[in-house]
Write a protein that binds this ligand. Structure first.
Ligand code: COD
Ligand code: ZN
Ligand code: ZN
Length: 413
């Protein structure tokens, strides 16, 4: 799935990534680093529990894994909490390709256990969030003022490794792959310094872990990608955790009217609690839902969001925004390599059609600010967390996701 629209030159960029070069340390530098690291485990292999996916469409297996110490420019993190995101399940069911066996999970928060040579932005004891979209700060994307999809990401053409092309996990004598530079379904994980950011020491990790993916993806789609305007009308297709976060963003940006669209009416109450002014189900109407929305809004909404990951709802979301000034944002990605065809007139009359990963946020720059905003009550996270389970119950958490019973399950270590 992640290969849709992929530029083939990108794979060359990825395979040409320079392995991080370890700088020779002076004796003094070495002592300083060891002082700051956790002396009991730093520099040693850690044996701990992780949820390993050995085969597609099979449950996770809780295994004892070995986690190697961080090399130069790497950070080893003790995970405290991780959310379960729909994209993790897309890997299990085969609609997102990544190399197996793998340790999944990309919506986590933890505490730095030790750092490799040359790491300067985090230190042992810091609360951190791993970044599934890194921010290297050096590539053309990172240097662009608006773009966020850093070229050192491991989403397209995933290698399942850290930046130097190797893995830090082994289990039963076999190397285990990393997942999109995070792998949060493990008591300890190793990430590159470009894939981790320090957050406020006061942050509750079992909540702010959602800022690592689902919350920011939805919220940023409204405030950063669409740039929703005060007094505007918005339509949000899909009222899962990400769609609800989009609603939170629309409300924070001052939208006057927010229309939730979902086939599951059980989702309506929470959507209204978080800011939807009305909710509709396409199954209650004979005509296409974009026509219904155009009638409801006197010609079309200002901003629409597709937060389901279906081609038909992407076309509906585009059509429901105003033909002369509407903006539609794609947040979901359909499983499998599917193409969407739309009539060019839909755009020619003045609509804008956009999409973004991670809500368009530059991850290292934005996550600490989002955590600070949460701590000052600028937005809630609690309503998104419907279940909290011990990490060992990861399979139960996925069952809740698949049955539609949960919005977000947070696993605690
Ligand atoms: N019409 C209306 N609503 C529908 C329809 C339909 N035909 N089909 C499903 N729905 C509703 C469901 O009832 C559900 O409430 C909602 O759509 C989807 O919610 P969830 O809980 O399945 O999904 P989320 O909110 O956790 O995530 C949705 C995404 C679209 C973001 C996700 O699945 C996705 O596509 N991710 C890839 C894109 C991305 O940016 N990933 C970043 C890393 S995750
Ligand atoms: Zn996710
Ligand atoms: Zn970059």
């Amino acid at each position: 799935m992640w290969r849709i629209g992929h530029d083939s030159s990108k794979s060359d960029n990825i395979s040409a990534l320079c392995p991080q070069k370890a700088r020779k340390s002076t004796r003094i530098h070495h002592i300083c680093r060891e002082d700051r690291n956790n002396m009991s485990t730093a520099g040693k292999v850690i044996k701990c529990k992780a949820a390993v996916l050995w085969e597609l469409k099979k449950p996770f297996s809780i295994e004892e894994v070995e986690v190697a110490p961080p090399k130069a420019s790497e950070v080893r993190i003790k995970m405290v909490a991780t959310g379960i995101c729909r994209s993790d399940d897309h890997v299990v069911n085969g609609s997102i390709f990544v190399p197996l066996p793998v340790i999944l999970g990309h919506e986590g928060a933890g505490i730095v256990e030790s750092i490799g040579e040359g790491v300067t932005t985090v230190k042992p004891g810091d609360k951190v969030i791993p970044l599934f979209t890194p921010q290297c700060g050096k590539c053309a994307v990172c240097k662009h003022p608006e773009a966020n999809f850093c070229m050192k990401n491991d989403l397209f053409n995933p290698r399942g490794t850290v930046q130097d092309g190797t893995t830090r996990f082994t289990c039963r004598g076999k190397p285990i792959h990393h997942f999109i530079t995070t792998s949060t379904f493990s008591e300890y994980t190793v990430v590159d310094e470009i894939s981790v950011v320090k957050i406020d020491a006061a942050a509750p990790l079992e909540k702010v872990c959602l800022i690592g993916c689902g919350f920011s993806t939805g919220y940023g789609s409204a405030v950063k990608v669409a740039k929703v305007k005060p007094g505007s009308t918005c339509a949000v297709f899909g009222l899962g955790g990400v769609g609800l976060s989009t609603i939170i963003g629309c409300k924070a940006a001052g939208a006057a009217r927010i229309i939730g669209v979902d086939i599951n009416k059980d989702k309506f109450a929470k959507a209204k609690e978080l800011g939807a002014t009305e909710c509709i189900s396409p199954q209650d109407f004979k005509k296409p839902i974009h026509e219904v929305l155009k009638e409801m809004t006197g010609g079309g909404v200002d901003f629409s969001f597709e937060v389901i990951g279906r081609l038909d709802t992407m076309a509906e979301a585009l059509s429901c925004c105003h033909e002369a000034y509407g903006t539609s944002v794609i947040v979901g990605v359909p499983p499998g390599s599917e193409n969407l065809s739309v009539h060019p007139m839909l755009l020619l009359t003045g609509r804008t059609w956009k999409g973004a990963i991670f809500g368009g946020f530059k991850s290292k720059d934005s996550i600490p600010k989002l955590v600070a905003d949460f701590l000052t009550n600028k937005f809630p996270l609690d309503p998104l967390i419907t279940h909290v389970l011990p990490f060992e119950k990861v399979n139960e958490g996925f069952d809740l996701l698949r049955s539609g019973k949960s919005i977000r399950t947070v696993l605690k270590f």
